[in-house]
Ligand binder design. Structure first.
Ligand code: FAD
Length: 473
């Protein structure tokens, strides 16, 4: 069957005959899914239910050869193309209307070399795939805090998780990567091979090529880690944020904490009178020794009488899955972040005010404690620029009703704008809203690295075939 309604990047029709399409099929081992196929609806959807796009073809690749075939086919016939890793980026750029999605989700193998303490991770793997393969060897690498997130998007735009303060961003731990370029060539990138491309994909996102595999540095890991999950009444929010502000400059790097305002979930461990009520939560992990963790977590668990405290040591793989269920596929999401150079009283007061007027009880206002090893890497040594902010504020707007889309997005933008009036040093490209502000938004977040990214883009993808999240035009 030929491809119906295919378009190029300018929105013009692309005419593809049966013969041309069948030729592509012969060189493709994975699945080619079209709108008439039974699994099309399932395969076209992304994590964010707000994104409702209908590609003309989903090329679900079985390996690097398929990725190369798909890129060559798209280039030859000038087909609008997007790239999907885990499908979890909030802006939903992994898909498009009437173009082809190069879908890497079947390419999720992870191979651990325990002797070298490295892992080869394919470009469609999730965090859970990596944790599952590394943990039996007592090894780990810093990734995010929800196991279903894609490694590729997470790593190519940054990568914050419980071990970031100790071991750096996910992208700081990439030793090498294999990249299919806009010419359909496979290039190996590392500090020695194609170093400019290696620099760009560590922070600049998917605008330069398709990463088919990453080689990650691994670190030894104790079998048990602490999950911190302590819930307080909202009246404790100010004290909680102040504790983070005062504690973190000297905190052990094994500690990762997010302080957040949310509505208490309907869980057995929440007393009935608090269910659905606004609360302040410390969520985190301590990945040093369990005994030491008990002491380190005390200030966060003993800030008065908690509503509930379900903190406990457990295998790190379980810590990584502790909040998976809170972010189901298909819910509506709009997440937007601001790095802050200090967590001052004005910001704390604003967040508490916003916490009381959230249009959806599912929405949270999160403060991530940063610092540690990320700060010790120079801002120009990878494309990822913002390394010195001690905290990041993220407005995670989550709601079920599609008719409430506008209200929730507008509320988040307004709240975000009020925050960046107080302090504005850029946004995290994995929590960027839709990046709808355009060029200024990107140039602020990348600082002087933005111009270099544009130069590298011209070298590797002058026709802007890869329209990643970061706009470089
Ligand atoms: C529930 C949830 C929890 C999260 N938790 C964290 C967290 O703890 N820490 C954190 O830092 N971030 C976190 N994030 C943000 C997350 O890192 C980003 O959403 C990330 O971009 C997701 O990657 P993905 O591969 O799933 O995305 P996708 O939507 O598949 O891809 C995003 C973009 O990346 C590019 N891309 C994807 N795969 C490839 C590839 N193989 N080669 C080249 N380009 C590619 C494409 O341009 C694509 O448009 C979370 C997100 C969600 C939804």
């Amino acid at each position: 069957m030929s491809l119906l309604n295919a378009i190029n990047a300018n929105g013009e029709n692309v005419d593809l005959s049966d013969e041309v399409f069948n030729g592509f099929k012969m060189n493709f081992r994975g699945d080619l899914i079209q709108p008439t196929d039974d699994d099309y609806e399932e395969r076209r959807s992304l994590w964010n239910g707000m994104i409702d796009k209908k590609p003309c073809l989903i090329a679900k690749c079985s390996g690097t050869a398929d990725v190369i075939s798909a890129v060559k086919f798209a280039r030859k016939h000038d087909l609008l193309t997007t790239v999907r890793g885990g499908g979890h980026h909030v802006a939903g750029k992994a898909t498009c209307d009437n173009g082809m999605v190069i879908d890497l989700s079947s390419m999720n193998s992870v191979h651990v070399d325990p002797e070298k303490s490295t892992a080869l991770v394919q470009g469609g793997a999730t965090l859970g795939d990596v944790d599952h393969e590394t943990s039996p060897f007592g090894l780990t690498t810093p990734l995010g805090v929800v196991s279903e997130t894609g490694v590729a998007g997470l790593t190519m735009h940054g990568g914050y998780g419980w071990q970031t303060r100790k071991h750096g961003l996910s992208l700081d731990n990439v030793i090498s990567a294999e990249v299919v370029t806009a010419k359909g060539e496979l290039l190996r990138t590392s500090a020695e091979e194609n170093p400019d491309l290696f620099w760009a994909i560590r922070g600049g996102g998917g605008s330069f090529g398709i990463v088919t595999s990453f080689e990650f540095q691994l670190y030894p890991m104790d079998p048990q880690a602490w999950l911190l999950l302590t819930i307080y009444p909202l009246s404790k929010a100010k004290e909680g944020f102040e504790l983070m502000r005062d504690y973190f400059p000297d905190a052990p790097e094994e500690l990762g904490v997010i302080g957040l305002i949310w509505s208490a979930p309907d869980e057995d461990f929440i007393p009935d009178e608090y269910k659905g009520e606004p609360v302040f939560i410390f969520l985190g992990s301590y990945t040093g020794s369990v005994d030491e963790g008990e002491k380190v977590l005390k200030p966060f668990r003993e800030m008065g009488t908690p509503v509930a405290d379900v903190s406990e040591p457990m295998p790190f793989e379980f810590v990584q899955k502790a909040i998976d269920a809170d972010f189901p596929d298909g819910r509506n999401y709009y997440w937007k972040s601001a790095y802050v150079s200090e967590l001052n009283d004005d910001l704390i007061d604003l967040m508490i005010k916003h916490g009381s007027d959230r249009p959806s009880p599912l929405t949270s206002i999160d403060v991530w404690a940063l610092g540690g090893k990320v700060n010790r890497v120079d801002s120009d040594s990878t494309a990822f620029y913002q390394r010195n902010a001690p905290f990041m504020i993220n407005y995670e707007s989550n709601w079920d009703e599609p008719e409430a889309n506008d209200e929730n997005v507008e509320w988040t933008r307004k709240a975000y704008n009020e925050i960046i009036e107080v302090v504005d040093v850029g946004s995290y490209m994995n929590f960027p809203g839709f990046g709808e502000e355009g060029k200024d938004f990107f140039s602020k977040s990348f600082g002087p690295n933005y111009e270099r990214l544009k130069e590298i883009k011209k070298k590797y993808d002058p026709d802007n075939f890869f329209q990643g999240f970061v706009s470089l035009e």
